[in-house]
Unconditional design. Structure first.
Length: 127
């Protein structure tokens, strides 16, 4: 996904200190998705497939937003997160993280879903 359009966004995501400097860093679920939350009536929610990540809690929210929005082909849901401080910045970082993870695990030949999600994130961030 090395294109002239993606380079400035990647630079913004990796070089902008405000997203991490403004938030308290803590242990979070680094791969929080709708498939990793168990909900049963009358019970406390459970989190599975915990991927420990040292990041602001808002990063876990951005990761969740990436899973339920761009990875499913929908950016409208991202508007529900837009009031979160530095959301766009953290969403870019979550998208880059997923591109790196998928390319490492499956190779760049099998990252169509991630590439499409990243393109949707770039469109959302640039609007």
């Amino acid at each position: 996904m090395d294109s002239p359009r993606s380079r400035p966004a990647c630079r913004r995501a990796l070089c902008a200190p405000e997203a991490s400097a403004a938030a308290t860093v803590q242990l979070v679920h680094g791969d929080l998705s709708h498939e990793n939350v168990l909900i049963s009536e009358g019970e406390a929610p459970g989190f599975i497939d915990f991927t420990p990540f040292w990041a602001p809690a808002e990063f876990a929210g951005a990761m969740f937003a990436n899973w339920i929005g761009p990875r499913l082909g929908d950016v409208v849901v991202l508007d529900a997160f837009s009031d979160e401080p530095h959301f766009r910045q953290l969403l870019l970082r979550a998208s880059i993280r997923m591109l790196l993870v998928v390319s490492e695990l499956r190779g760049v030949e099998d990252w169509r879903t991630e590439r499409r999600a990243a393109e949707l994130v770039l469109s959302y961030v640039d609007r």
